[in-house]
Design a protein around this ligand. Sequence first.
Ligand SMILES: *[C@@H]1O[C@H](CO)[C@@H](O)[C@H](O)[C@H]1NC(C)=O
Ligand SMILES: *[C@@H]1O[C@H](CO)[C@@H](O)[C@H](O)[C@H]1NC(C)=O
Ligand SMILES: *[C@@H]1O[C@H](CO)[C@@H](O)[C@H](O)[C@H]1NC(C)=O
Ligand SMILES: *[C@@H]1O[C@H](CO)[C@@H](O)[C@H](O)[C@H]1NC(C)=O
Ligand SMILES: *[C@@H]1O[C@H](CO)[C@@H](O)[C@H](O)[C@H]1NC(C)=O
Ligand SMILES: *[C@@H]1O[C@H](CO)[C@@H](O)[C@H](O)[C@H]1NC(C)=O
Ligand SMILES: *[C@@H]1O[C@H](CO)[C@@H](O)[C@H](O)[C@H]1NC(C)=O
Ligand SMILES: *[C@@H]1O[C@H](CO)[C@@H](O)[C@H](O)[C@H]1NC(C)=O
Ligand SMILES: *[C@@H]1O[C@H](CO)[C@@H](O)[C@H](O)[C@H]1NC(C)=O
Ligand SMILES: *[C@@H]1O[C@H](CO)[C@@H](O)[C@H](O)[C@H]1NC(C)=O
Length: 486
Amino acid sequence: MEHSPPIFHVLMILVLWTVVTAAFIETAEGHRHHRRGGSETELEAFHYAAAGAGGCRAHVASLTDFGGVGDGVTSNTAAFAAAVANLSKVACDGGAMLVVPAGRWLTGPFNLTNHFTLFLDHDAVILATQDINKWSIIDPLPSYGRGRDAAGGRYSNLIMGYNLTDMVITGNNGTIDGQGETWWKMFRNKELNYTRGYLIELMYCKQVLISNITLVNSPSWNVHPVYSSQVIVSGITILAPVNSPNTDGINPDSSSNVRIEDCYIVSGDDCIAIKSGWDEYGIAFNMSSKHIVIRRLTCISPTSAVIALGSEMSGGIQDVRAEDITAINSESGVRIKTTIGRGAYVKDIFVRRMNLHTMKWVFWMTGTYGQHPDDNFDPKAIPVVRNIIYSDVVAENVTMAAKLEGIPGAPFTGICIYNVTAEVVKSKKPTWNCTDVEGVSSHVTPTPCAQIPEYPDRITHCPFPEDDLPVDCVGLEECSYWRTNP
Ligand SMILES: *[C@@H]1O[C@H](CO)[C@@H](O)[C@H](O)[C@H]1NC(C)=O
Ligand SMILES: *[C@@H]1O[C@H](CO)[C@@H](O)[C@H](O)[C@H]1NC(C)=O
Ligand SMILES: *[C@@H]1O[C@H](CO)[C@@H](O)[C@H](O)[C@H]1NC(C)=O
Ligand SMILES: *[C@@H]1O[C@H](CO)[C@@H](O)[C@H](O)[C@H]1NC(C)=O
Ligand SMILES: *[C@@H]1O[C@H](CO)[C@@H](O)[C@H](O)[C@H]1NC(C)=O
Ligand SMILES: *[C@@H]1O[C@H](CO)[C@@H](O)[C@H](O)[C@H]1NC(C)=O
Ligand SMILES: *[C@@H]1O[C@H](CO)[C@@H](O)[C@H](O)[C@H]1NC(C)=O
Ligand SMILES: *[C@@H]1O[C@H](CO)[C@@H](O)[C@H](O)[C@H]1NC(C)=O
Ligand SMILES: *[C@@H]1O[C@H](CO)[C@@H](O)[C@H](O)[C@H]1NC(C)=O
Ligand SMILES: *[C@@H]1O[C@H](CO)[C@@H](O)[C@H](O)[C@H]1NC(C)=O
């Protein structure tokens, strides 16, 4: 492949993890200002922000170079596989971008490669095949021991990154459509023998950016970074029917240094769910989810949480920071869910500036969630829930301010709630219902339960970390490629 194929004229704008070495910065700088020929008006632009040590890519190809046909009918599984196999050869030579042009590109599951960008043009739609035989069975996640829907393995994920470094999925807001209806129907009818696949799964990956795309109708979860680190999800839209089963938005799972920002999610389940493995399998695997920041999220989740922690949390969840969260018509704002047998902990959870409208519960904690992978869980594995901090929350039209239920004999402690106003609609239910929880509050309306007493004079705020996470320091700059209109 040529360094710059005839139809692509490359303007390089540097993007880096700021933590990379000077050598990497020089390489990327060397690629700058490579724009050639043509004036902007004659050109079609592909802008994206890269987030890898290699910055923007040296090689560019189109799915059509590999026999892709965007008619919505022809299968592109072989074209994607051929493209990725071919472009993986230049991973160490500046990396590659694969452009999916306007069109409807039917495909089965495919894997990505290192130092790679998958770019979806504005009118590009990647359509997941509804032919179940095209979704091969892969091993269950080691930290779950079995599939989440059913024992044994699980169906492949549509787009999978496995053991990768420096990978970007982005575009001019192109779409990945999971065509999940057939899966939801089979799931509801209990016809599936294996767990449904996810739309995007990153497993053992680092330096990942997913941005400026729209995901619709996933068979199950949408974005699943697992055993991964340095993951940024920015400016994506996720849409699923609000009654579709388990269509969680973004689920960081045993992953660290994750930054989720400026996303809009409508989901049949949690908008964000942070997890880390299931009972004895998760305890043995012992990989936590930590250093996670969520900001400027807008969520609609009528049957579930805006941000959930658990219920699978057996590797531990620590240091989650969420701010500037808007939700309407959602069941709960923040929900912590765990159960005896999970072990590990959920601790140091900070949430501030939530604006919520029409909710069942603003805050919800459950220590008796149940749901075990099998009967071999350890009844002595009692999860610890500690240091849960909520401040500056306004909620309108809510049924109950909070339902906080810890574990008898192992209360959830260190809860701090400050400056929260919940406008509770008239109902027979208590506005607060607390069992086995301990904490303090200040400036909270309606008056909290006795377990979270108010100290308006003593408590002038609840803490929120002021330091930046390493993933906060990652600068995103633009890469731009220009293609002459054919
Ligand atoms: C695949 O890569 C090779 C070089 O490694 C190149 O010669 C060839 O043209 C590429 N194939 C396509 C379809 O681009
Ligand atoms: C998203 O797209 C906009 C507009 O093209 C671009 O300026 C921005 O850098 C992109 N952001 C990311 C994170 O890809
Ligand atoms: C993707 O990679 C994983 C891990 O190597 C493998 O199990 C799976 O079969 C691959 N999927 C496809 C569609 O090639
Ligand atoms: C992927 O990474 C995991 C964890 O580092 C390792 O156990 C596994 O062997 C790797 N697989 C491949 C195919 O490289
Ligand atoms: C991307 O497309 C979705 C679905 O059409 C739309 O809701 C969203 O507003 C678009 N985002 C941007 C930034 O244009
Ligand atoms: C599940 O297994 C049963 C029994 O082997 C089989 O009849 C059925 O077709 C399978 N379902 C699916 C969706 O593959
Ligand atoms: C999990 O790993 C941490 C160190 O990362 C260790 O301190 C802890 O004891 C381990 N937990 C279990 C249950 O093995
Ligand atoms: C308030 O919430 C109820 C559901 O509890 C909903 O039916 C109603 O439309 C909401 N009212 C407003 C003004 O949003
Ligand atoms: C309370 O929270 C609201 C909403 O986030 C904010 O506007 C206000 O400044 C906060 N007040 C104090 C005293 O922190
Ligand atoms: C409060 O919650 C507990 C445990 O979840 C439940 O058993 C009890 O009925 C609730 N109390 C009221 C008054 O709703």
